[in-house]
Design a protein around this ligand. Structure first.
Ligand code: NDP
Length: 323
């Protein structure tokens, strides 16, 4: 195997600008780092405030190819980090505060330093939106989740509640019926007012395991060691009640982490970074974006990793073309 280790230097010891700098330490960022490091691009990866990204909040990951027995989310991220470091990726625990793409090398400022880089790979991910109600944080991983594809399996023959009225919520509710015995969907709007597509609504309404409660909002999550019930309120009558449940899935949308790039890169109307078709190229030459920050559809660790690989290959080709 042509394993070539790049020199281990600290960013301060490096002369001139970096060949590539990666922002973000989820599956996309680490995969980009593995490919870039093996291509002798000596990448520097800035981890951000939530090193490891969304998988750090997940327990068992059972759909990562190659991990036949499943793997805990944090363990998977540790392995990816180790693999990226093995080939010489420089890992910096810091947070990017400002970018300047007006000329190359680009400038990337963090809370501590300023870097110059010939190419930039953005892998800042997306964050699930939460309700911010009491108990939501406390029961994360103990019944509360924002990802049915990741955690639905653990609710076999159990009762779960899903919150939201968009395509995500209906897709998650329908997905969990494969495992759960009963799914209650809480929608804050009335019947016929849901944002989800008609076909998704029809599928959910006709499903024998799904009950939809309209004009209903979750107020508080209750339990002991694990989640046991949710306090709900009818937002028209004000009537409160308690619903027993084993699981609580929040599916009210995701927010791409792109505030840093507003006015600097082209973003779509939901804030995702615009990119060329079948490519990770952004509207600024030499700046590539990968993972959930460009993907509102699949949002899987493996698709993010695939996009990370694409970004590194494209950055490498861009640099070769420059030379
Ligand atoms: P959306 O923004 O479409 O929907 C969010 C839903 O969450 C709305 O029903 C909204 O209610 C509700 N909501 C937001 N905040 C709260 C809150 N605090 N309390 C209760 N409910 C709340 O997000 P999605 O993630 O569902 O979809 C994002 C995009 O991805 C859409 O374009 C969707 O079509 C697409 N998508 C497509 C899929 C597919 O094609 N298979 C699958 C999943 C997503 P309200 O309407 O009252 O604001």
């Amino acid at each position: 195997m042509d394993v070539q280790k790049t020199p281990q230097t600290t960013p301060n010891e490096r002369e001139g600008s970096l060949k590539t700098l990666i922002i973000g330490s989820g599956p996309a960022g680490y995969t980009a780092a593995i490919y870039a490091a093996r291509a002798d691009m000596q990448p520097l990866l800035i981890s951000g405030r939530e090193p490891g990204g969304q998988l750090m909040l997940t327990s068992d990951v059972e759909n990562w190819p190659g991990e036949a027995d499943g793997i805990m989310g944090p363990d998977l991220m540790e392995k990816l980090k180790k693999q990226a470091l093995r080939f010489g990726t420089e890992f910096v625990s810091d947070f990017v505060t400002e970018v300047d793409f007006s000329e190359r090398p680009f400038t990337v400022k963090t809370e501590d330093k300023e870097y110059k880089t010939e190419t930039l790979i953005i892998a800042t991910g997306a964050s699930a939106m939460w309700l911010n109600i009491p108990g939501e944080k406390e029961f994360q991983g103990k019944g509360v989740s924002a990802c049915a594809t990741c955690d639905g399996f653990f609710f076999r023959d159990k009762k779960v509640v899903v919150v939201g009225g968009g395509d995500s919520a209906l897709e998650e509710a329908t997905f969990i019926t494969k495992f759960a015995s009963e799914v209650v969907l809480l929608v804050r709007k009335g019947e016929g007012e849901m944002r989800a597509s008609k076909i998704m609504q029809k599928r959910a309404m006709e499903h024998s395991k799904i009950t939809i409660m309209y004009h209903t909002e979750a107020k508080e999550l209750l339990g002991g060691d694990v989640l046991e019930s949710v306090k709900i309120v009818n937002n028209q009558t004000g009537e409160e009640s308690e619903l027993k449940t084993d699981g609580f899935f929040v599916a009210i949308g995701h927010k791409p982490n792109t505030s840093l790039f507003k006015g600097v890169l082209e973003l779509d109307d939901k804030g995702y970074i615009k990119h060329a078709p079948n490519s990770t190229e952004t509207n600024v030459e030499g700046v590539f974006a990968c993972g959930d920050v460009i993907d509102p559809h699949y949002r899987q660790a493996i698709t993010a990793a695939g996009l990370g690989c694409m970004a590194a290959l494209e950055a490498e080709r861009f640099l070769s073309a420059q030379e």
